[in-house]
Design a protein around this ligand. Structure first.
Ligand SMILES: Cc1cc2nc3c(=O)[nH]c(=O)nc-3n(C[C@H](O)[C@H](O)[C@H](O)COP(=O)(O)OP(=O)(O)OC[C@H]3O[C@@H](n4cnc5c(N)ncnc54)[C@H](O)[C@@H]3O)c2cc1C
Length: 392
């Protein structure tokens, strides 16, 4: 593959960069992960709508659904730039990065016309209702049920770790529609209005003292049969497409790269009489991480290049997922160690360095290898589907 971007893509990226510099105030330090802090939500909504009005949120989507009719390469450039400039998450990982592409692949034309334009304009935010308290890695063992009743399905059960459920308008839900079939074959996918009677969302605080995810309960929730995506009992195909797109997202890689660039700039400054950059072991550590960050970027580029060829990357996406998750941990670990006692200060401390970001990154990075499928599960995919090794 050719890793260089075409000249017209570079021209658009420069325009996008200029827009982001103008619209994200320098002092605004959005999150470098995938979630929106409560106080960031109004700004995130405004920014998403501004991008949507220019059709820039969904460059790879067809023009009739609010996109630019470009390729997955432009979508990657957008993700890279938003993440590098620390734009607030704006629900975009789930809406644009995960659910949108799956709807593009599996939904009917009528459904696409109903959902995609409002996603592209930044109006609608999605969340993803897959995991359950007893079903994470073994997702197909899920118990939430959807039973047909006239023109509707009635949903009962619970989903957990639902990121952004408190802000989302719609959910892509997986539920069991045939309890008697083998577990992968009795699941269907639905789009569910989060304001439907019978849905309740209960926040779960994480160890970075943030409420990024939730448990979502369904108590006799009516979902129109017209919201069934991909056909009855065909939900497993929707799920795997969704996860392949989730795992190939470049944003986490870029977030770690930006944190590393900030750390390098910080190390070159003098702090209370000490300039960390003068120590050879500091330079070597940062150089090692820089090599890993650049390698990760090329892994992500290759995955997106496959998407641009019309393929759905599978083990390739898992390679990127493992690389970026552990890179995030390594960069955050190096940062808190390099900063010494400053590295332990939370955002808001009067002595904070780099906005106290490293401490938050350090605490959030732990979740990197878990969300979207654990590191162990990704290694299993790489071993069997990538290397052709037998299943253990
Ligand atoms: C930050 C974050 C955000 C998330 N957001 C969402 C969301 O929006 N929507 C959603 O539906 N879910 C979400 N999740 C849930 C996530 O998908 C699950 O946590 C993940 O799939 C793991 O499932 P589990 O937590 O049940 O762990 P388990 O599956 O119980 O795994 C426990 C341990 O066993 C290991 N293990 C399990 N099976 C295997 C195997 N076959 N081979 C080797 N080791 C194995 C795992 O690697 C892990 O170490 C999120 C999670 C996090 C951390």
């Amino acid at each position: 593959m050719d890793f260089r971007l075409p000249p017209e893509t570079i021209a658009w990226r420069d325009e996008l960069r200029a827009f982001l510099k103008q619209n994200i105030p320098p002092e605004f330090e959005g999150s470098d992960d995938f979630f929106d802090d409560e106080e960031q939500v109004p700004f995130a909504k405004e920014l998403m709508r501004k991008l949507g009005a220019r059709r820039w949120l969904t460059p790879a989507w067809s023009e009739c659904y609010g996109g630019m009719g470009k390729t997955a390469i432009e979508q990657m450039v957008l993700n890279e730039e938003l993440s590098y400039h620390r734009a607030p998450a704006g629900g975009r990982l789930f809406t644009i990065g995960i659910v949108g592409p799956a709807i593009n692949v599996h939904a009917s034309e009528e459904q696409k016309a109903r959902w995609l334009p409002k996603m592209a304009s930044g109006e609608t935010w999605f969340c993803q209702g897959f995991s359950e308290p007893e079903s994470g890695s073994d997702l197909a063992s899920m118990q939430t049920q959807a039973v047909r009743d006239g023109d509707d399905f009635i949903v009962n059960g619970t989903k957990i770790w639902t990121s952004n459920a408190q802000h989302a308008d719609l959910m892509l839900l997986l539920a069991r529609t045939d309890p008697d079939s083998p577990k992968h074959k009795g699941i269907s996918a639905f789009v569910v209005d989060m304001k439907s009677p019978g849905i309740s969302v209960s926040g779960i605080d994480n160890m970075a003292y943030r409420r990024d995810f939730n448990q979502t309960f369904f108590d006799d929730v009516r979902v129109p049969a017209a919201n069934l995506v991909g056909g009855l009992n065909q939900g497993w195909y929707v799920a795997t497409t969704t996860l392949d797109f989730e795992r190939s997202n470049i944003a986490a890689m870029t977030g770690a790269h930006r944190t590393l660039d900030d750390l390098i700039a910080w190390a070159k400054e003098c702090h209370y009489g000490v300039r960390p950059w003068d120590k050879p072991h500091v330079r070597q550590k940062l150089a090692d991480l820089y090599v890993e960050a650049q390698t990760g970027k090329l892994i992500a580029y290759r995955t997106v290049w496959l998407q641009a060829q019309g393929k759905v990357p599978n083990y390739e996406a898992s390679i990127g997922k493992v690389w970026m998750a552990y890179l995030g941990i390594k960069v955050a670990n190096a940062g808190v160690n390099l900063m010494g006692m400053f590295g332990q200060l939370a955002p808001g401390s009067k002595w904070e360095q780099l906005y106290g970001r490293l401490m938050t990154s350090y605490l959030l990075a732990v979740a990197g290898p878990i969300g979207g499928g654990t590191g162990e599960v990704q290694r299993g995919i790489i071993a069997t589907r990538g290397l052709g090794l037998p299943r253990g």
